[in-house]
Design a binder for this molecule. Structure first.
Ligand SMILES: [Zn+2]
Length: 310
């Protein structure tokens, strides 16, 4: 091997190393940078713009704390501790154990389950709210998440607060099987109690809201809001396409498409969510108190309120 061949071989090894060296998931998460349409962008720059790209308006996925920081303002809300049912009731194991998955998810998100419940205030309206972290096993619904939603609804009823639910997640958690599916019924029954108390329930469907979550508490709001370009679906597009054997329309299962088909009332940019929800709640609560103040309420009044609140 002459010196030219040696040099070429050395360079080719170096190039291989550079190409192969991609940042790990952990490195991406801890980095100050992320990427969007124009390549790398500082996370700080995104954060200052509600985690929305200033160039393409992409609404980046955010965790629960980031959600409440943008909605209530930093340190303007109180995180409520929710009940913690027994982990891994079915002792599930496939390629990994469910216990290991839970351990990783908790380490990654700093939460005990996918849903965080808080109480906060916007413009003198006390609100009970919850949000889901997609990074916690895809934001899926298990017993702990069901308990968190029940706890949030109970808190809303006890304090006579409206309930705002920022939903996201892929559906019922398969590692909990029937126990996960039963959370759909439990949360639906709890929302009925909220409605019996005439308390407004606003859902903000965040990217992505799908499966059993769409089939239960995400679709039972008095008003359904969503952020631009969010996936709102039940079954995945590929499954539907394979079943109906037809080409699906462009933008199928995006919030803009779902709004046209009547499942979403309003698409609101993240920067406007706080003001929009505040205005909607003011209207709903005013209607509510107006009805309550009429001792002999007429059926016409009730009809008007029901129409507004459903
Ligand atoms: Zn962008």
């Amino acid at each position: 091997m002459n010196w030219i061949t040696k040099k070429l071989s050395y360079l080719s090894e170096k190039i291989k190393i550079v190409i192969k060296k991609r940042p790990t998931k952990e490195e991406i998460e801890t980095s100050e940078w992320t990427s969007c349409c124009k390549g790398p962008i500082l996370k700080k720059e995104l954060e200052n713009n509600f985690w929305v790209c200033p160039s393409c308006n992409k609404h980046h996925r955010i965790n629960c704390r980031q959600r409440f920081d943008t909605f209530f303002g930093k340190n303007n809300y109180e995180i409520l501790e929710t009940p913690t049912p027994m982990d891994d009731p079915l002792q599930w194991k496939d390629s990994r154990t469910y216990k290991d998955r839970l351990k990783d998810a908790r380490k990654k998100t700093g939460q005990s389950c996918a849903i965080m419940v808080v109480r906060g205030k916007i413009n003198n309206i006390n609100i009970t709210a919850c949000a889901s972290d997609f990074a916690f096993i895809g934001g899926s619904l298990g017993a702990a998440e069901g308990e968190a939603i029940l706890y949030a609804i109970q808190h809303a009823i006890e304090n006579q607060n409206p309930f705002v639910n920022f939903t996201s997640g892929g559906g019922a958690r398969m590692f909990e099987n029937l126990i996960a599916l039963s959370q759909m019924t439990r949360t639906t029954l709890a929302i009925n109690e909220l409605k019996k108390n005439n308390l407004p329930y606003i859902v903000v469907m965040c990217d992505p809201t799908a499966g059993g979550i769409t089939a239960s508490y995400a679709m039972l709001g008095d008003l359904h809001l969503s952020e631009p370009d969010s996936i709102v679906a039940f079954a995945g597009a590929r499954v539907i396409q394979a079943t109906v054997k037809e080409e699906l329309p462009e933008g199928f299962q995006k919030s803009e498409y779902v709004q046209k088909t009547g499942f979403i009332d309003l698409i609101v940019e993240r920067k406007d969510l706080r003001d929009k929800i505040c205005s909607l709640l003011s209207i709903l609560l005013k209607k509510n108190s107006a009805i309550n103040s009429i001792s002999n309420e007429t059926s016409e009044d009730s009809g008007t309120f029901t129409k507004v609140a459903s």
